[in-house]
Structure formats: structure tokens, C-alpha cells
Design a protein around this ligand. Sequence first.
Ligand SMILES: C[S@@+](CC[C@H](N)C(=O)[O-])C[C@H]1O[C@@H](n2cnc3c(N)ncnc32)[C@H](O)[C@@H]1O
Length: 258
Amino acid sequence: MHENSKEIDAVGSPDFPAPWIKPSAKTFSSHAQHVACLAKPQPVASINGITLFLPPNVYHPGVGLSSSFLVEAVSNKLLGASVLDLGCGSGYVGISLYRPGMELTLADISDAALASAAENLHRMKITAEVVSSDLFSGLQGRLFDTIFFNPPLFDKAIDHEAEIALCDPDGELLGRFLADVPDYLNPDGKVYFMASNLMNRRVLLHGLKEYQYEIVSSSHCAQSDVSRWVVCASPIRCKKTTGIAHHVNIYELSDEEM
Ligand SMILES: C[S@@+](CC[C@H](N)C(=O)[O-])C[C@H]1O[C@@H](n2cnc3c(N)ncnc32)[C@H](O)[C@@H]1O
């Protein structure tokens, strides 16, 4: 966990997403600094022993806190043979969680991100497939044991190229992601994704109604008022099979949230 983060929930806390701190002026100021930083030519960075080539506007996992947070939360989990790192950016998450024998696929909508991921896989001598894809559009018919997604978190308009990695206006991407995931998971497959108080809360909670899920890690950064939760979710209904998983409806939306 990062130094400027503090734990706010126990693992699997039923409080999620009750301590939902609304983005404040300090959130926007921190976001603006993040955009300015990503837009600049970025040096090659070494993060946790992984040397990354990072062109401008590709998400920098050493600047944003989410990537390492997701990696730490998932590193001791059973991931299965076929793994997808969706919205791979530089490839940091997939590369960090790669294990010999894994069939790893990295996908992103951004050409700069795909070039960065391909170069970084080459540097790390990891063989993986790199796919240009708007969410799952380039992955039709594929099934995975585990899908990771560290999505653009901020429910805010995209005003700069760097914000393609950071912003999801009205939760459009999040809603599509949660609706489509069941088509791309093997039975018993799981998705691990980053959730945050920056997101469109209504879209998140509606989408999660179709899943059995738990929070495997939580943090709050007091400097930016950003909360992060790593969510592990399995679809209640696996669309490619007739299997129906045990349904646990953990949270209900209040009228205010609808
Ligand atoms: C927060 S960054 C995470 C990058 C990387 N996974 C990491 O953690 O370092 C979000 C990534 O999602 C990608 N992205 C945004 N919209 C997408 C879409 N419609 N389909 C696929 N990837 C998308 C961005 O290009 C960006 O690389």
C-alpha cells in the first residue's frame, strides 16, 4: 500500500461503497497534475523491477496509484491459464502478474499503449498476444479464466488525449464492461477490476447487480480524496453456459442513488 494511502475498510467489508467521498477541489487539482504529467514525454521507468517504455499519454503506473494497488491485491490469487489484461496501457499489470505457462493477452484501444505494451513485453522476454480492442470488440469468441481491468476511473469529460486513460464520462465504459464481461469468461472465471469514488456510482452499482462480488483491497488517499477498491467479481449468469452461480445481492440502491 502506498505511503499516502490509508486503509479504510477491512477486506470484503460490507461497508462498500458506503464511505463514498464525493470528489472535491483537491481531487480535480490532483487529476490536473496527473494529466499534465502523462502528457509530457515520459522517461523509461523502473517499477518493482519492471523497466517500462512509456510514450506520452500512456498511463504511467508509477504516477497513478491504481496499477500497483491492483497488482498487490491480485498477486497471491489463482489466475488460471488464460488471462486478459484489458486496458493494458504499458502492460504493467499483465507483466507483473505473468507466470510461466500463462496464456496472456493484453488489449487496449490506444495505439500508443499497444506499442508501449509490445515493447515492454519484448524487454521482459514475455510472450503474450497484444490486441487492439475497444473493450471486447477485438476479442470476439474468446474466453478467459481471469480478466483484469484498471479502467479510466473519473466520471468526467475527456478534454485531453491523456484523459482517455483517466476519464469515463457518465460511466459509459464501465457500464459496457460490466454488461459484456460474462460473454468472455470461462465458467468459474473471475474479473478483478479497480473501482473508485471517482466513478459513476449508479452505473457501478447497477452493473454489479449481475455479479457475486467481494472487495479484496481498499485504500483512501487523503491528499486527493480518492478511494480505490479492488473488486473480485463472478457473473451470476455465465452467458456462454447454462450455469447459474449462487446469487448474493449484497447492496441495494437507495432512491437517492437511482
Ligand atoms: C487507468 S489506465 C490503466 C493502464 C494499465 N492497465 C495500468 O494499470 O497501468 C486505463 C487504460 O484503459 C484504456 N482504455 C480506455 N478506453 C478503452 C476502451 N474503450 N477499450 C480498451 N481500453 C480502453 C486506456 O487506453 C488506458 O490504457
